[in-house]
Design a protein around this ligand. Structure first.
Ligand code: UD1
Length: 431
């Protein structure tokens, strides 16, 4: 397993470009199964999760070819094979092929994704929605199956604005008979991007980005070209890293409208933030001011930036309270941050962070993608060497994280474990 070694602290400085949004690219790749024809998808990030989704849709009949900074997806016929369990376990977003499969072939089967490091993460809302649209849903032998000769439109009220459920139901509804109305739908920019893509395929979708999405089913969808929106979480990670290291960084390829909650918090913490048309520039002139925050569905503060934010608050001049409302058990990074000297107390979904003067480098473990990002940010702020182990989690969502941070002046290398052992062996040998 690879790890990331950081020798800190260094105030980050310079320019960085965010890539296409992972969380938009994944449902869009799944949605390409709905089209008969070829889709040219641009600004698809080079990430492990994207590679996994490509493998999943290839197994279902899609033919893929690389384009410059993108992927060409051609779909003639779709089969209803079960995606391999190891891919679904590797990436829960594999469940997003269910909607398109059900709509296109009348049958969708996937191995149950199971729990994961950040909580139970059930898919009950996805399944309830399919059921409301006329599908028979059954669970057997570790697989979930949904079947319907043709789905019909339905009025669906989500108990919670789940991003994945909203996406899966939108994709199921575009080929259904009649109108589907999804209420209390998720409003994330990635939902809007999926709707934009579905519209370009010939679907009839209205209201994406609001709590009520209306979809009128059509007979068939065709290929189209689409450019994926920029990754607001990647952009936010670099802004937080700049804030935590008292740096001066411009992040390009950003839709500032998508970053309002993050920018507001950064300003509250004392950062000078200038918002351009497609970029955000941050200068952090001194020590971070403490702040309280709660994660919420969009447009609230994103749960995916909670860990990097907690890392930054460990050096604040006072106490901060962070409440995680979206996922249970998403504080795995807190105990690792404490290994670096952070002072954090946890009570269920609430973490109280008492700012300290220094963090010290140590070896820490990334338990999931965003926890790993938090630890990298902390490593940039800490004195001495921090090794963030299990770096493969970071490959799921950050393209060339170490390289981009190096361009901002950080002393960061990615080390493959083989090198690590070789290096340690050499040291022992030389003694
Ligand atoms: C997506 C994002 C993830 C982000 C999350 C919240 C992708 C690929 N991933 O995940 O990065 O952290 O949104 O912004 O886009 N829930 C249920 N039943 C369901 C579905 C969800 O109870 O059927 C619960 C989950 O357990 C969780 C909450 O709803 O507590 C939010 O989950 P959801 O919005 O569905 O997140 P994902 O789509 O999995």
């Amino acid at each position: 397993m690879a790890f990331i070694r950081i020798n800190g602290p260094t105030p980050l400085s310079g320019q960085v470009v965010a890539g296409g949004a992972k969380n938009a690219a994944l449902p869009i790749l799944a949605a390409s199964l709905l089209a008969r024809g070829t889709c040219h998808l641009s600004s698809v990030p080079r990430l492990e999760d994207v590679a996994t989704m490509c493998q999943v849709i290839e197994g279902l009949g899609a033919r893929l070819a690389g384009m410059e900074r993108g992927i060409k997806v051609t779909v003639d016929d779709v089969n209803d094979r079960v995606p391999p369990e190891e891919l679904v376990r590797k990436m829960r977003a594999s469940v997003l092929v269910m909607g398109p499969l059900l709509a296109r072939t009348g049958r969708a089967r996937i191995p149950l994704p199971g729990g994961c490091a950040i909580g139970a993460r059930p898919i009950d809302l996805h399944l309830k929605g399919f059921h409301a649209m006329g599908a028979q849903v059954s669970l057997a032998d570790g697989e979930v199956e949904a079947r319907a000769a043709r789905l019909h439109g339905a009025s669906i009220y989500l108990d919670y604005p789940s991003v994945g459920a909203t996406e899966n139901l939108m994709m199921a509804a575009v080929l259904a008979e009649g109108e589907t109305v999804i209420e209390d739908a998720a409003k994330e920019p990635e939902i809007v991007d999926l709707a934009t893509f579905l519209l370009s395929l010939g679907a009839d979708v209205h209201g994406a980005g609001t709590p009520v999405i209306r979809i009128r089913g059509v007979g068939e969808l065709h290929g189209a070209d689409h450019t994926v929106i920029p990754d607001r979480i990647e952009a936010g990670t670099y802004l937080l890293a700049a804030c935590g290291t008292q740096g001066d960084v411009s992040v390009h390829n950003v839709v500032p409208e998508h970053m309002k909650a993050v920018v507001a918090k950064l300003r509250e913490m004392g950062a000078e933030v200038q918002v351009g048309e497609r970029s955000v520039h941050l200068v952090m002139p001194g020590r971070v001011r403490p702040t309280d925050l709660k994660t919420f569905p969009y447009p609230g503060f994103p749960t995916d930036l909670q860990a990097p934010m907690m890392a930054v608050l460990t050096l604040a001049a006072g106490s901060s309270v962070v409440t995680e409302t979206v996922f249970e058990n998403r504080f795995m990074h807190a105990s690792e941050l404490m290994r670096l000297g952070a002072r954090i107390r946890m009570d269920g979904r609430v973490a109280i962070i008492e700012g300290t003067d220094h963090l010290w480098g140590a070896s820490v473990r990334a338990t999931d993608l965003r926890a790993g990002a938090g630890l990298v940010v902390a490593g940039l702020m800490a004195h001495g060497v921090t090794d963030v182990c299990d770096a493969h989690h970071l490959d799921r969502g950050y393209d060339d994280l170490a390289g981009k941070l190096r361009k901002l002046g950080a002393h960061v290398v990615r080390v493959e474990d083989d090198d690590y052992f070789a290096e340690r062996w050499e040291r022992i040998h030389l003694r």
